[in-house]
Design a protein around this ligand. Sequence first.
Ligand code: AMP
Ligand code: MN
Ligand code: MN
Ligand code: MN
Length: 282
Amino acid sequence: MIAFRNPDLHCHSRQSDGVLTPSDLANRAHARGVDLWALTDHDDVSGVGQARMSAQSLGMAFLAGVEISVTWANRTVHVVGLGIDERHPTLTQGLLKLRSERDERALLIAEKLAVAGFAGAYEGALKHVQNPSLVSRTHFARYLVEQGHVSTMQLAFDRYLGEQGTAYVPTQWASLHDAVQWIVAAGGVAVIAHPARYKYSEIEFDALFQEFRHLGGLAIEVCTGSHKPDENVQYAQVARDYGFLASCGSDFHGPAESRHDLGSVPALPEDLTPVWQALSLN
Ligand code: AMP
Ligand code: MN
Ligand code: MN
Ligand code: MN
């Protein structure tokens, strides 16, 4: 069994809604002691090539990754794929179609922000976007903060962009079935990201985990920058109860924004089987 002291299997580059390039992320991860790293941009794998090359030149073990937006029971769930072949056509075609919804949604968000008194938000958000096929709510949040309309990203989501916000636009993302299938077709392991973030009932959570497992999903994130410490403990027990492999990652988006930097996630409990045991590493 390969032991890693400090794996970080969840983060974002500016190819989605992070602020650093894939190679700056690789350097930062390595400098902070990460010894197994994955880039997991939202719905996009265009940064993986650069991430892999940078990781290889640093001698840092690397897994190609993605974080797929899914709609399940009318809510958004994120499913991470690890160890994928990022060129696999089933995956790339699925992601291409998924991304195609984003621009239209961005225009609708901007319309609602205009009603709230903020004209020009689409153009303003686009100034923060590196990858034109990936406009995210995060880019709108950065724009609202930059303009002084809100003082923090959190407030941008609470007041405008989050589910309860006045500029929220519900979106139909991929089905759980499709997301898992794309990941498995591309040779990867499907992982439910930051489970504590979802507002499901206990019954819904049970149904989600069972369906995910039935579809071929193998893992959940136990220790993540998007969980509070007690939630890591709670989801370690879920991993045991459902027989899931365990993953961990900072969900780092940028130095000024993220509560958890690369390489700062607590270690997984020793009795759990880490997700990388199911993947070949090169
Ligand atoms: P999208 O995929 O465009 O709907 O954007 C979702 C992204 O928004 C997530 O991946 C997070 O990075 C970010 N996000 C969601 N809620 C919050 C929040 N309350 N504070 C900061 N960022 C958030
Ligand atoms: Mn994000
Ligand atoms: Mn996520
Ligand atoms: Mn993420």
